[in-house]
Design a protein around this ligand. Structure first.
Ligand code: GDP
Ligand code: GDP
Length: 460
């Protein structure tokens, strides 16, 4: 499961600044779910290829009396969901009573806490950080989040070993590509037909805002006679992983709605959790985003979509509750979908009724298509051939009298497929041409349901 870090501390110590710095590489997205996660920001981050999630708890407010109540509320819940806590203090302000109160709570947690003194710029770092040893939380890491000073060192010395350990506990990842195959067998075997992952279960995460119909859909899928479900225990924070088989294909359904838990554990267990959803996205091969036709598209839907895109996941979108709507409403909604989701042209859109089962079976066709697109084996000669075709059809523009040269392409990874293009003056390649290439590759390779990433490399 993707590790989760919670940023905790008084207001104004620099939590958002650090949050932005940690998540910069992958464009943080803010998920704002009214009533559920007020004041909290969630972001995807990575360090040395290790992916993790960051929650900005939004600050523990106010004076000594308020602190217990606050800790017991929002922030505490974020801390509950996290694997480790980054406790930020203000190096310039010194130890405050609020810091002491927060430290008291954190010391009682059975979780790693990293104590970070921010704003060491322009002061004697050793002197000001020394103060914070009195909080009895171990080492004090001095940083200046605004300038980036000390952040890499914090990541390198504290976070990296911690992340590595958490990630290591996990089952091993899918097998890497068998690299030799490309050279030895490329001639005999048409690459597009190779499906090295076809024996693997497809991990399918069903995500969506509260009440869009995730549980109903999951129950519907599991209730279908052709589905064989294996029993699996679940824990509270995590999604429930349900292995199942459908038409010969193995799946692991990642159930963020907690269907199987219903009735077993108290009903008051929060059904919806952003962290749970984000972890499901990170862990899935294909994300099934459920929208609610009755309530239209909301900013929360777009947030979740953004997280899935950011993670590079294959995607299928189901517009649920399509039953009993009159034609005018349906037409309106389709226009709204076009307008707001037009930018993701690769994902299949399904109109379904989880309640009645209409359209549910067809979802799996798109899920399989997305998965096989994402894991398709593509070889270098094919990618270069397509590149040549694209350039022949439509030359890249001239930059200051010299033509941009696209030389060759090779595969850089899968899930999502990564295509690396080598050439000259690539930084001058206009966005419109990049889009053209993307679409050209998508059409030529018949890739549907998954994003494609194109990386440009200058020179050979
Ligand atoms: P939050 O309330 O804990 O999220 O704090 P913010 O990230 O909003 O930062 C509060 C203020 O501290 C802002 O004015 C930041 O520009 C400033 N700040 C953040 N990091 C640093 C730093 O490393 N050095 C200095 N001097 N100021 C900082
Ligand atoms: P979740 O919070 O996303 O798991 O949503 P639920 O599955 O609990 O569904 C929320 C509500 O929407 C329930 O009252 C369902 O009966 C209703 N619902 C779910 N799917 C459909 C559907 O396809 N059509 C209609 N009309 N209602 C639905």
């Amino acid at each position: 499961m993707t590790p989760v870090l919670a940023l905790v501390g008084r207001p104004n110590v620099g939590k958002s600044t650090l949050f932005n710095r940690l998540t910069r590489t992958r464009d943080a997205l803010v998920a704002d779910f009214p009533g559920l996660t007020r004041d909290r920001k969630y972001g995807q981050a990575s360090y040395r290829e290790m992916e993790y999630l960051v929650i900005d708890t939004g600050g523990i407010h106010g004076g000594e009396e308020g602190i217990d109540a606050e800790m017991a509320g929002q922030s505490l819940q974020a801390i509950e969901e996290a694997d480790a806590v980054l406790f930020l203090v203000d190096a310039r302000a010194g130890v405050t009573s609020a810091d002491e109160a927060i430290a008291g709570h954190l010391r009682r947690l059975e979780k790693p806490v990293f104590l970070v003194a921010n704003k060491i710029d322009g002061v004697d770092a050793d002197v000001v950080t020394a103060d914070f040893y009195s909080l009895a939380l171990g080492d004090v890491h001095g940083i200046a989040a605004a300038h980036g000073r000390g952040v890499n060192q914090l990541l390198e010395t504290s976070m990296a070993p911690f992340l590595a350990e958490l990630i290591e506990e996990e089952e091993p990842e899918e097998e890497p590509w068998p690299d030799e195959v490309e050279d030895d067998e490329a001639e005999e075997e048409p690459d597009a037909d190779r499906q090295p992952f076809e024996d693997m279960p497809i991990k399918l995460a069903i995500i969506g805002r509260p009440n869009v119909g995730k549980s109903t859909l999951t129950n519907r899928i599991l209730g279908e006679e052709r589905v064989v479900v294996y029993d699996m225990p679940g824990t509270t924070r995590d999604s429930i992983y349900i292995p199942m088989q459908r038409e010969e294909q193995d799946y692991v359904l990642i159930d963020t709605a907690g269907v199987r838990r219903r009735g077993k554990v108290s009903e008051t267990v929060e059904k919806f959790s952003v962290i749970k959803t984000l972890q499901a996205i990170e862990d899935a091969n294909v994300v099934l985003l459920v929208l609610d036709a009755r309530s239209g598209i909301s900013d929360q839907d777009l947030s979740l979509l953004g997280f899935a895109l950011n993670a590079g996941r294959s995607l299928v979108i189901a517009v649920n509750k399509w039953d009993g709507l009159d034609q005018v409403v349906k037409d309106d909604l389709k226009r709204e979908l076009d307008r707001r989701l037009g930018f993701i042209d690769f994902a299949r859109l399904h109109f379904i009724s989880a309640l009645h089962g209409t359209g549910v079976g067809h979802l799996f066709e798109s899920v399989e298509e997305a998965y096989s697109s994402a894991t398709k084996r593509i070889n270098t000669s094919m990618l270069t051939r397509i590149l040549k075709g694209a350039v022949e059809d439509h030359n890249p523009p001239m930059i200051q009298g010299r033509r941009i040269k696209l030389r060759y392409a090779h595969a850089g990874g899968y899930n999502p497929p990564i295509i690396v293009i080598h050439g000259n003056q690539l930084s001058g390649l206009p966005e419109s041409y990049r889009r053209y290439l993307m679409n050209y590759y998508r059409r030529s390779l018949k890739i549907m349901g998954t994003p494609i990433r194109i990386e440009y490399r200058e020179g050979d």
